[in-house]
Write a protein that binds this ligand. Structure first.
Ligand code: ATP
Ligand code: MG
Length: 169
């Protein structure tokens, strides 16, 4: 099964991100992420065997993460897949990313990315990636737990299911 570790936005923020996705789609085209799927990926694990998934569920369910606030303050894009996102640099998230990958290494996951760009994907396959005239971003995302998420591939995009959460800090 296909798994990743993510932060899930609080409801109020999710709605605001959904509104931004709508604005961005009007300008850039492409496919909007469904509001209930909006997230920040901390670690993409890819295909994982069932037995290994159970180990990960136990690990995440007992994981203590340092709570924090992520400030989102800019638009960005990834050109080739046509992704339009909002995000913000954060040393706290970089530390969380690093500590999660340190622990993942002990599970044998070796696909640690070279660098981490904290972002929330709003659009995929955007036709234009012109974000200059979109509204300025200034949002705060308070987080206190990490989610282990399963991704199901469907015709119109992936659907996600939360398998485990770390205890709320
Ligand atoms: P789809 O691939 O069907 O369009 P998706 O990208 O939302 O949908 P997944 O590919 O399962 O679904 O990805 C789940 C999360 O992990 C997403 O946030 C995605 O951006 C991220 N992700 C996927 N592949 C990688 C990768 N190779 N490296 C880093 N992050 C990835
Ligand atoms: Mg994908």
């Amino acid at each position: 099964m296909r798994l990743f570790l993510a932060l899930v936005p609080p409801l109020e923020l999710r709605q605001r991100l959904g509104e931004l996705a709508e604005l961005a789609q009007a300008r850039c085209g492409g496919r909007r992420m469904p509001e209930e799927s909006l997230h920040l990926t901390l670690a993409f694990l890819g295909e994982v065997a069932d037995a290994r998934m159970e180990e990960l569920v136990h690990w995440v369910s007992a994981m203590a993460i340092a709570p924090g606030e992520w400030r989102l303050d800019h638009w960005g894009s990834f050109r080739r897949p046509g992704i339009v996102w909002v995000g913000g640099r954060s040393s706290a998230l970089e530390r969380l990313h690093a500590s999660v990958w340190d622990e993942l290494a002990s599970f044998g996951f070796s696909d640690r990315p070279g660098h981490f760009v904290p972002h929330v994907t709003l659009l995929r396959r955007a036709r234009r990636q012109e974000t200059q005239n979109l509204p300025a971003i200034d949002m705060t995302w308070p987080y206190r737990q990490l989610s282990l998420v399963r991704s199901f591939t469907e015709d119109d995009g992936a659907r996600y299911q939360i398998l485990a959460r770390s205890p709320a800090a």
